[in-house]
Every structure is written in C-alpha cells, then in structure tokens.
Design a protein around this ligand. Structure first.
Ligand SMILES: Nc1nc2c(ncn2[C@@H]2O[C@H](COP(=O)(O)O[C@H]3[C@@H](O)[C@H](n4cnc5c(=O)[nH]c(N)nc54)O[C@@H]3COP(=O)(O)O)[C@@H](O)[C@H]2O)c(=O)[nH]1
Length: 836
C-alpha cells in the first residue's frame, strides 16, 4: 500500500504517443515515466518498480508480449498491472496479450475517460492485492511467532535449570519456566508480577549495576553463587549464569539458575572431612597448621604472643595394648573433650595424630598464660576416665613454644613444641617444658648421635664388658652381667647411658640386642671350654626385642651354635618392658624358660612393682634397683623397701640381687638381711672379657661373714668432738663393752650396717645431722637398738619430741653423773638382751 502518487510507466517506441499518454494521465495526479523500447522498460522496472505499466504491443526489438511475459514470470514484478495499448483490435492480438499476462487493453487512439477508468480500477485492484498479501504475511508471521513462543516455553519448562527472563527497563520478570517456579515456590503468574529484587538480598541499585555491566560487556556472561529467598521464607543456594540480550529498545537479562544446596553441603562435608579428625572432630594437622599460620599473621600486626603447645599422652600405648583400640579411641575422645573445656573461645585445639594433640593460645598475659593452661590441663586429667567400665588414669607431657621469642613460622614452632614435649617426657612425664635454644642443640646432637650409631652397627664398633655378681653367703662369683660399650672412634669407650635410649627410640636396639645375645653366647662357649668352666651370663633385653625382633630365635640359635646349656644364659628385662606387649612377651618368656634359659627382673622397685602381677611370668631372680641400695644404710624408707622386696621375693622363691653395692656397709646390711647376691663396684666394676677371665681364674671372692669374733655387747658412741669421744670411750671401756666410735651421723650409719650394735650413745649437737634426727632414722633402720642422747644445752623441746616418738629412750644434759650414766647403759644392755 502506497500513500504517494502512483507511478505509471509508459512504454512506446513513439515519443509522441508516450507524451500524449503522460498528458492524459496528468490531471489524475499520477506520476509518469517513459521507456522507448521493451529492453528499456525492463531496465526501468528493475531499477524502480512502477505501480502500473501502459505497454505498446508493436515495437521494434522486444515487443509488448515479450515484455509482459518476462515481467509476469518474475515474482518480484508479477503483481504490477499491465495495460496493453494497441491499434489491433483483433481477438488473437488480445488473447496473445492476456496470455502474456496483461490485465487489460486500450485501443489507440486512447480515450481519456476510458484510460482513467481502466488505470484507476487496476490500481485499486493492485492495492487490494497488496493488502491481501500483507495481511497474509502478517498472519503467517503471527502464527509462526506463537508456535515459536509455545516451542520456547515447552523447551524452557523441560529444562532442569531454572530460567528467568528479566526486562532491564522494568526490572520485572518477562518469562519464567516451571523449574524456577518450583524451586522458589511461586506460581508462574506470581512470578510474572514480580521482579528479581524480591528474591535476593541484594539492593535494586546493585542488581541494576550488575545487569548494566552485562549489557556493556555484550557477549560476556556472568556466573556467580548466591542465596535466593523462596516464597515460604526459606533460602536456597543457587549457581546463577546471566546474559544480556537485546530486545527491541529494551534488554532482556536471561538468568539460568541451578540449585546447588546439595552440592554445597557435600562440598562442605568433604571440606570438613579433609580438615578434621574423624574420631574427635578436632582440626587435623592441615587445618591446625593453616589456623596457626593465620593466627601468626594477625599476631604480627597486633604484637600478641602466641603459644603453641604440643601434648602427648603418657603411656597411651599400654592402654591400647592392654584394653584394646576401641577403649583407646574412647579415651582419646574423652581426653579431647576435657581439653576443649580448658581452652578459651579464641584458642584452637587440634589432633595431630595418634595420641598427639596441639593447642594454639593467644596470650595477653605473657608466657604465664601458657603455664596456667598447662596446669589446668594437668588438673583436668587428674579425674579418672571411665572407659566401658574400666577406670583409667592418664597423664600428659606438654611442650610449649612461643611466638615471636622462639620462632615465627608454623613449622618451626610445631617442631620446637614437639622437642620441648620430649624434654617433658625425659623429665619423668606428667609435666611441661618450654622450648629453649639448648633443646635445639640437643636435637641436633641427637641426630648426629643417631647417624653415628647407624655407622657403629655397620662398622661393628660395639663390645661387651662383664660385671660379676657375688653370692653373699659364700662370697664367690655367682655369674656375670654383660654390659654394652661403644668403642666410638675419637671418643673412647662410651657407656650405654649415652646411647641406649637412642637405640631404643629408633628401633636399632633390635639389631644391636641380637648382636649382644650372639656375642654373649660366643663368650659363654669360650669360657665353658676353658679353665674358667661354666659361668652364667646375664644379658639385658629391651621391650622392643620382644615386640619386633626374633628374640627366642636368636637365643636358641646362639645356644646351639656355641654348644652351651641354656641355664648359663640369664635374660634381664625391666618391669616396664614386661608390661608392654604382655601377651607376646609372656609367650616368648615361657618358651625360653621351657628351654632352660633363666629370667631376671631388672631395676625392680622403679616400675609397677607388683609381685602378684609378676607371678604370671616365669621369673627366677629380682634385681633391686640401685636407687634403693644407694642410701639403704641411712634412709629408713629405702631400707624398708629393700627389706620388703627381699621378704616378698623369698616368699615367691625368687633369688634377690642388689645392684650398685659400693660400700662394705651396704654389703653387710644386705647380708644381714638375707639378700642372696650383690653386684657393684664394691666387688668389681664391669671389665673387658680378658680381665674378667683373669679374675675368674684367680677365683677372687668376697670375704665371707665372720660372726665368731662379734662381741656380745657393742656400744656405739657418736660425737663430733674427738675430746668428748675419747672421754666417753675411756669411761665405758672399764665395763668391758666392745666400743665403736663415730664422729658423724654418716660414720654412725656405716658402723651400724657393719656391726651388730645394741646400745647407742649419741651427742645431740652435731653439724650435719642432730643426734635426735640421727636416732630417729636409726629407730626405723634398727628398731631393736637402745638409743640415748647426750645434750650440751637444754633444747628440751626437740629432745622431748624424740622421746615421745620413740626415737630415744633416755637423755642426759651436761654435766651428767658418770656413774649414773654407766648404770643406765648397763640397764640398756640388759633390756636389749631381754627382748632379743
Ligand atoms: N638393652 C640393653 N641395655 C643395656 C645393655 N648394656 C647395658 N644396658 C643398660 O644400660 C644401662 C647402663 O649400663 P652401664 O652403664 O653398663 O651401667 C651398669 C653398671 O656399670 C652400673 N653399675 C654396676 N655397679 C655399679 C655401682 O656399684 N655403682 C654404680 N653407680 N653403677 C653401677 O649399673 C648398670 C647395670 O645396671 P642393670 O643393667 O640395671 O643391672 C643399664 O640400665 C643397663 O641395663 C644391653 O646390652 N642391652
């Protein structure tokens, strides 16, 4: 449909005819143009299509029929109406014109009214035709669009993702799919009346900004994760992909969303698992390390002190081994709960593995805060743990290091805290230690020692020395203990206390222990086939040899290889190594015992010390630890322990050996209390094999006890003043006593150990120990003795105390009556005899 003046193309080879027709059409307001030939007419139509063509039939070149048929054959020009203008009125000419596609005819000369009428009619018809076409086209477009829309909606609804189209101009939803409605709990109608600002916490301005950025970026997509609010107020976590598309003058923001709540929860579960210990739920090593790194970064800017504590449960392995892993796990869980009770919100507790825990403490009150915390942890551990009906008590060793004093990176701080924890273990467990630079030096020294020991094994640098044990009755050598020495190049002979613990901790003791067994068996064999004859040798075995080595295999092989009777080999093991790995240890010990090997418990008294428990093992001998022998003649407590061990061991028919006997006093005391054997420097230090051989060949022995010349009445006089000592000795000499004089309490103890003393006369005022203190101890050690104090002053209070507690029976203050004193001493001997 055109609103402009219709254009009519006049095609005639006669210029005059073209002009005439143009003049005739002018009054009707048409616009005309002309073509002088068929070819020119086609070219003109090609350039600009007229609304109607007046076409002469007879023209030189291409005639009107040809022009008409070409135009009607082309869809682009087929609807241009053509009126043939001809002088021919015959029917055939008209038919040919219609056949070629012309719509009408005019006969020359042309009548003006007829021309106007035909032209107007044909133009109207064309206009109607154009309108029809236009409408049909629009209808088909509408149809196609609604099919597209339907298809689009169906496709949108079929996708698992939520899709929302948002008009940027109105900031409202222009289309949403089923999944979006389902996800957010709204109907489609609800949603189409809403906009995105009603579903997110973000402000409208921020959303607009985000959409505008998308529009500016063109093809760029935006992907982000966010929370959407549902109709019921709940939230859903979604991953959102947005893109801006032009839509006429507006922009459509296409939002595709996916519910990622489950994925996020799974991710969170995985992240939690990767960073937490599954048993206790505490941060694991990775998270603890990260937390420490972050804490240190904050501390650097705030200047706060940060303490790292490393905790290791003492003897946890025993609980695992004896009560099982399930109870061990329960203990770790309860322990972690108690730890959590100790810390503040800002502190961190982590489990680094096994029974190792660690704490990060932010301290405002200096290092003292760490001390308080360590005490608190030790206190909460005091209460026993109830584990499936078992009551268990446990302690922890704690190492502490402080940022920035000791180090400023997590690795070093954790390493130093670990080192300090080991120091706490070495200090006897159930305590804490701060890291010091010396500890670091110790760690380096230990590494060097470890490397040197590995080389020592390769280079066979170990040797055995032998220390005799002596029968107290006969005084003869009862056997030997093989003691390891390291002939370290450049260091001389190194004693085992300097390296045994490293061999133990690294497990090298298994290899070295196996060598000790082989070497001892070889030496027993050599002595057996020499004039020395059979001699029993004890070897020390560590707990790890039972757990990890082939101890019984090694021993049986060694005995067979050197052809020695099994009873010539004695195994010394500590109570602690018996307690660990009980089942396996018991099995091995029974096997070896059946074979004839002897078994001794070393260092008895320092560990569990339960003879009832030890009865489960096939034991022959107990060795009383040196710690109780050292002061056995002066410490009533140690003496009581030693006497109790001897008595209990004998009741179980076990032999008793006292270790570390260095003095005649110790020896005599032990002999008088029926200890079976002694071992110690008093008789011999550990010696190399060749020197022991000489000693055995010379049949060296202890002097046996000689009771024959022991006087019946022995009076011990103790005074630090030699003059007084002399006066008193002279005074009592006339009464025929065997008089012993001592100038100190220490000398007095020795004399008491070496002699049967019945009456003791002691000066009160002595420098190292007062008379009443001395006699108080003597009362415990030798309860039957009659004890008298001579006092220079009248400090009656302490003397009365001593009288009241039975430490002394009489006291005399200076100047005393000599005769009275002699009478009372005589009475004292009488009283002693009466109760003896
Ligand atoms: N697993 C193994 N342990 C071993 C082996 N060889 C030795 N050891 C253990 O090393 C510890 C120290 O041994 P050592 O330095 O040889 O000391 C022994 C004696 O020399 C010492 N002793 C003996 N008499 C006295 C004395 O009168 N005074 C005194 N101060 N010390 C003395 O005692 C040690 C013997 O102790 P024990 O074994 O408990 O009888 C020591 O624990 C050894 O056990 C080995 O091959 N394997």
């Amino acid at each position: 449909m055109t609103l402009r003046a219709p254009t009519i193309l006049i095609v005639d080879d006669e210029a005059q005819n073209r002009r005439l027709l143009a003049v005739l059409l002018q009054p009707e307001g048409y616009s005309t143009c002309g073509a002088a030939s068929g070819e020119e007419a086609l070219a003109s139509v090609g350039e600009s299509a007229p609304d109607l063509i007046l076409l002469d039939i007879t023209m030189p070149g291409m005639d009107g029929y040809r022009v008409a048929s070409i135009l009607k054959a082309d869809p682009a020009t087929a609807n241009i109406p053509i009126i043939m203008v001809t002088a021919h009125m015959e029917r055939t000419a008209r038919l040919a014109g219609l056949d070629a596609g012309a719509e009408d005819f005019l006969t020359k000369p042309v009548d003006r009214a007829e021309l106007w009428l035909r032209v107007r009619n044909l133009l109207r018809l064309k206009a109607y035709g154009d309108l029809q076409d236009h409408t049909a086209r629009l209808e088909s477009q509408v149809l196609a669009r609604s099919v597209d829309l339907q298809r689009f909606r169906t496709a949108m609804d079929a996708t698992a993702d939520a899709i929302m189209l948002i008009s940027r101009e109105s900031m409202r939803f222009s289309e949403v799919n089923e999944t979006a409605c389902h996800l957010l709990g709204y109907s489609r109608a609800d949603m189409l009346s809403m906009g995105p600002t009603e579903l997110v916490k973000t402000s409208r301005a921020a959303l607009e900004c985000q959409y505008d950025a998308l529009i500016v970026d063109g093809a760029n997509r935006d992907q982000r994760e966010m929370m959407m609010t549902c109709k019921d107020g709940s939230s859903v976590q979604v991953e959102v992909n947005s893109q801006a598309l032009r839509s006429g003058n507006d922009w459509t923001i296409v939002v595709v969303m996916r519910d990622i709540t489950e994925r996020k929860q799974a991710e969170m579960r995985l992240t939690h698992l990767a960073h937490h210990d599954p048993l206790t739920g505490l941060p694991n090593r990775t998270l603890f390390y990260d937390t420490l790194q972050r804490t240190l970064a904050l501390a650097r800017s705030s200047g706060a002190l940060v303490a790292v504590m490393f905790l290791d449960l003492d003897n946890f392995k025993n609980i695992n081994d004896t009560l099982g892993h399930a109870i061990g796990d329960e203990l770790l869980l309860q322990f972690s709960n108690r730890l959590m009770q100790c810390v503040r919100v800002r502190d961190t507790v982590g489990r680094l593995g096994g029974d190792e825990f660690a704490l990060i403490l932010i301290m405002q009150d200096g290092q003292q805060g760490a001390v308080v915390m360590a005490q608190k942890i030790r206190d909460v551990l005091r209460a026993p743990f109830i584990l499936c009906g078992h009551e268990v008590t446990i302690t922890a060793s704690i190492g502490i290091t402080v940022h920035p004093d000791d180090a400023s990176d997590p690795d070093t701080l954790i390493k130093y805290a670990d080192t300090a924890m080991y120091q706490a273990k070495h200090a006897g467990r159930d305590t804490y230690r701060f890291f010091t630079a010396q500890m670091n030096a110790d760690v380096l020294a230990r590494l060097t020692l470890e490397t040197a020991l590995r080389k020592a094994i390769e280079n066979e640098e170990f040797v055995l020395h032998y220390q005799p044990k002596v029968h107290l009755n006969s005084g003869r050598v009862a056997g030997l203990e093989a003691l390891l020495r390291w002939d370290r190049p450049g260091h001389g002979m190194v004693p085992p206390n300097a390296f045994i613990s490293v061999l133990e901790e690294t497990g090298m003791i298994v290899q070295v222990g196996s060598w000790v067994v082989a070497q001892a068996c070889r030496q027993i064999g050599l002595w057996l086939r020499s004039p020395v004859a059979p001699i029993q040798v004890a070897v020390n075995v560590s707990g790890r040899q039972f757990a990890e080595g082939d101890l019984d295999g090694d021993i049986i092989k060694g005995l067979a290889r050197h052809g020695i009777p099994a009873e010539l080999l004695d195994l010394e093991l500590t109570e602690t190594s018996l307690m660990a790995n009980t089942e396996r240890t018991t099995e091995i010990l029974h096997r070896l015992k059946q074979h004839g090997v002897r078994i001794s418990i070393d260092d008895f008294g320092t560990g569990y010390s339960s003879l009832a428990y030890l009865r489960r093992f096939p034991i022959d001998k107990l060795k009383i630890d040196i710690a109780f022998i050292r002061d056995v003649t002066t410490s009533p407590d140690d003496a009581a322990i030693v006497l109790a061990i001897i008595s209990m061991a004998h009741s179980l028919k076990l032999d008793v050996v006292a270790e570390g006997v260095e003095t005649a006093a110790q020896l005599n005391y032990l002999r008088r209390h029926h200890c079976d054997q002694i071992q110690g420097y008093y008789f011999s230090r550990p010696l190399p094999a060749d020197q022991v051989t000489d000693m055995l060949l010379q049949d060296q022995s202890l002097a046996p006890p000689d009771g024959a010349d022991q006087p019946r009445k022995t009076l011990l006089i103790i005074d630090d003043d030699p003059f007084m000592l002399d006066i008193l000795a002279t005074l009592f000499d006339r009464d025929g006593y065997h008089i012993l004089c001592a100038r100190s309490a220490a000398e007095g103890f020795d004399m008491l150990a070496l002699n049967e003393v019945q009456v003791i006369l002691c000066d009160e005022c002595m420098p190292a120990m007062s008379g009443t203190e001395f006699l108080d101890k003597v009362k415990e050690l030798y309860p039957k003795t009659f004890r008298i104090v001579l006092s220079g002053n009248t400090d009656l209070e302490s003397i009365m105390k001593a009288v009241n507690c039975g430490a002394i029976f009489r006291f005399y203050t200076k100047p005393w009556d000599n005769n009275l004193l002699r009478d009372h001493v005589r009475d004292a001997f009488r009283q002693f005899m009466a109760i003896a």
